[in-house]
Write a protein that binds this ligand. Structure first.
Ligand code: ZN
Ligand code: ZN
Length: 367
């Protein structure tokens, strides 16, 4: 059973990012593995758990997914399905937080390949989009378009930031530098990404003028997406490789669906509810109601003879489509249709009707 991220950091559900940063700061200081040489394994686990919680709660998009769907909701945003240091975006924060303690260098060997290769921080970021859809859009699986602004590889330099790569003079092409630092806790040797080349091992001789050496350019794009069959409020799909460009790979677009309220229908799971005016004569004699369906055609629903109002009639298989196959049910709430005219003739008809009505009697509750 995975622990709650808010619990791990010891913050409230509505904590601000400042609160979260403060909590992470104080906890990271106590459980950093380099400060606990006697139980390194355990503190490594704790530190990683803490950093996973921090990673999710500091990212508004991931935090929203977590709030709505729990651990399940964010696992997809981690490459490989579970959190690893590859997914951590806040090494700079860590440096900021622990920098003073360690005289500026905190990246010990335990961060493993993730940091030393410099790949992590170079993957493009994700984009989170909330897409409003109507019930009609869902039933008819329409194609929706939305605009995004994303970084793409600069075409002039193929994302390199410039031309003529040469080995970095500071690290000699290794991409890493080894530093020793002294602190009250002792001397620490650590490997960190080379500050000059950012871990790449190479630098460009001629900086690209199109992107000013960034290797990426912001572009507005229109993305098309087919609304998945039966999709429901809060569900999302991940468009891998459609997010921001980075030298370590492209990020994703996470499209979350938001259902617009419908004029007539209410959705509960895959069932639909609608209220229909039903003429008195149809309640008595039975008949067929024509319901405006979400796919544009009329759904016929049989009203049994001797119905009353209010009463609910169920039409099997006429609700929302399910993602795999089949449909939920349609529930029609019968309400009495008011009479259109109240003239003398109608008054006579109603007088006649009295013969058939008999006296009123109380009804058993909960029928
Ligand atoms: Zn360029
Ligand atoms: Zn270098």
């Amino acid at each position: 059973m995975k622990k709650d991220y808010y619990e791990i950091l010891g913050v409230q559900k509505n904590a601000s990012s400042d609160d979260i940063k403060k909590a992470y700061r104080s906890k990271a200081k106590t459980c950093h593995p380099d400060l606990n040489p006697d139980n390194k394994k355990e503190s490594e686990e704790k530190f990683k758990e803490l950093s996973e919680a921090y990673e999710v709660l500091m990212d508004p998009q991931k935090r929203q997914l977590y709030d709505h769907h729990g651990h399940e909701g964010v696992s997809q945003t981690f490459r490989g399905g579970g959190f690893s240091w590859d997914d951590f975006h806040h090494f700079e924060d860590l440096q900021d937080i622990l920098g003073n303690l360690f005289g500026g260098s905190i990246f010990g060997d335990f961060f493993g390949g993730a940091r030393s290769t410099g790949q992590r921080s170079r993957r493009g970021g994700d984009l989170h989009v909330i897409l409003s859809v109507t019930l009609e859009d869902i039933v008819n699986r329409v194609t929706k378009k939305f605009k995004i602004n994303r970084y793409e590889a600069c075409s002039a330099c193929s994302g390199q930031g410039g031309h003529d790569l040469v080995n970095c003079p500071q690290c000699g092409g290794r991409g890493q530098v080894r530093t020793q630092s002294r602190s009250i806790f002792g001397t620490f040797a650590s490997i960190s990404a080379c500050p000059q080349c950012g871990g790449r091992g190479q630098i460009v001789k001629n900086v690209c003028t199109s992107c000013q050496g960034q290797g990426r350019i912001k572009k507005q794009r229109t993305i098309e997406i087919k609304v998945p069959q039966g999709v429901a409020q809060g569900q999302y799909i991940v468009l891998r490789g459609e997010g921001h460009f980075g030298p370590g790979g492209k990020g994703s677009i996470i499209v979350e669906f938001e259902e617009k309220p419908h004029q007539y229908f209410e959705r509960r799971g895959y069932d639909l509810y609608i209220r229909m005016e039903t003429p008195y004569s149809m309640l008595i004699n039975g008949g067929v109601l024509h319901i405006p369906g979400l796919n544009g055609s009329k759904e016929k629903v049989k009203v049994p003879k001797g119905s009353t109002a209010p009463q609910i009639v169920r039409a099997r298989g006429k609700g929302m489509p399910r993602p795999d196959s089949g449909r939920g049910d349609l529930y029609v709430e019968l309400d009495l249709k008011p009479l259109a005219k109240k003239d003398k003739e109608l008054k006579d008809v109603l007088e006649q009707l009295k013969k058939y009505e008999g006296p009123s009697a109380p009804l058993t509750r909960g029928r």
